[in-house]
Write a protein that binds this ligand. Structure first.
Ligand code: NAP
Length: 330
């Protein structure tokens, strides 16, 4: 397949930062499918593990241009975004075991986002930026949550609470999104943010990303599951939401993107139904009551036309992909 057929954005040039990553790889795939020309940034274009899977995508030969860029190099995106109509800023470090949160997570997230936005501000071709934020920048307010509360786009995580709780990745996403809104408001730029929950579904890249690793841990011999409730969403819905956020003229502000809120206990139960022969963790890591589930509004995301792939389908797709890529031990 070389194009989306009949799409008015056929041939439009857009930029995707961190293109080799889990979410961005799907975004590049769907953009190419819709007929876009994609200028995709990676840190190391000479590393086949970062680029081979992108170069093999349908339409890549004709319409994918891989370029080298690092979030922390001032001005390195100036030439890259010049001429692009849309910029999807997805690059940001996502992992939990950090020795130095400031340099490993917060600087690339915050300074990196501002670096990309400054380049966009200099380029008159850029009409809209779509920022990959996270539910991490939404739900961690630090205030007690009632079971009847519905989390929506008006919620914003509290950096002080994140710092006190040492939630460094959550802090990096909260500070980055906050800085981005302040910058675009000051410079009168059009930005939409997509705030996905925990993203699962098939992997295109050959390496293991943090959110798929959460599922792999459950099926690779763990004795216990975490006492934690998470907000789950399929990677294909996330990539599609980014494109809708660019294409729908009235799209604006933030979009929470969560199919379902489920505890790890629920996830293990679904995995057991799907794979009765798997050795799955039989108990929770502690004897405390299970972390309660909260509600997240889907209304705004539905206005982008997102239909939400159900959690059991997403889990099956994740496991099948992990098996195919030989990450599963048993
Ligand atoms: P991923 O596979 O680890 O991708 C992260 C991308 O960011 C990689 O391309 C990485 O490049 C790039 N990156 C990191 N530091 C960089 C730097 N200093 N300069 C240039 N590029 C850099 O993770 P992902 O899950 O796809 O995450 C992508 C985005 O989605 C992030 O903004 C993340 O916060 C957000 N998000 C993810 C989830 C989820 O559950 N997966 C949920 C909500 C939001 P290298 O490969 O060279 O390191």
């Amino acid at each position: 397949m070389s194009g989306g057929g009949g799409n008015s954005n056929e041939g439009t040039l857009v930029c995707v930062t961190g293109a080799n990553g889990y979410i961005a790889s799907w975004l590049v795939k769907l953009l190419l499918h819709r007929g876009y020309r994609v200028r995709a940034t990676v840190r190391d274009p000479s590393d086949p593990r970062k680029v081979d899977h992108l170069q093999k995508l349908d339409g890549a030969k004709e319409r994918l241009n891989l370029v080298k860029a690092n979030l922390l190099e001032e001005g390195s995106y100036d030439q890259i975004v010049a001429g692009c109509k849309g910029v999807f800023h997805t690059a940001s470090p996502f992992y939990h075991n950090v020795a130095d949160p400031q340099t490993e997570l917060i600087d690339p997230a915050v300074k990196g986002t501002l670096n990309v936005l400054k380049s966009c501000a200099k380029s008159p071709s850029v009409k809209r930026i779509v920022l990959t934020s996270s539910m991490a920048a939404v739900t961690y307010t630090g205030k007690p949550r009632n079971p009847e509360d519905i989390v929506d786009e008006t919620w914003f995580s509290n950096p002080d609470f994140c710092r006190e709780s040492k939630l460094w990745y959550v802090l990096s996403k909260t500070l980055a999104e906050d800085a981005a809104w302040k910058f675009v408001e000051k410079n009168n730029m059009d930005m939409v943010s997509i705030n996905p929950g925990m993203v699962i579904g098939p992997l295109l890249q050959p390496t293991l990303n943090a959110s798929a690793a959460a599922i792999l841990n459950l099926i690779n011999g763990a004795q216990t599951f975490p006492n934690f409730t998470l907000e789950w969403i399929n990677v294909k819905d996330v990539a599609n939401a980014h494109i809708q956020a660019f294409e729908v003229p009235l799209a604006n502000g933030r979009y929470c993107l969560v199919e379902t809120v489920a505890h790890y206990a629920d996830v293990v139960k679904i995995l057991h139904e799907l794979y009765p022969k798997f050795k799955l963790p039989a108990r929770c890591v502690d004897a405390k009551p299970l972390m309660p589930k909260h509600k997240i509004s889907k209304e705004k995301a539905k206005s982008l036309g997102i239909e939400f792939i159900p959690l059991d389908v997403s889990l099956k797709e994740t496991v099948e992909s992990l098996k195919k890529k030989r990450f599963v031990k048993f």
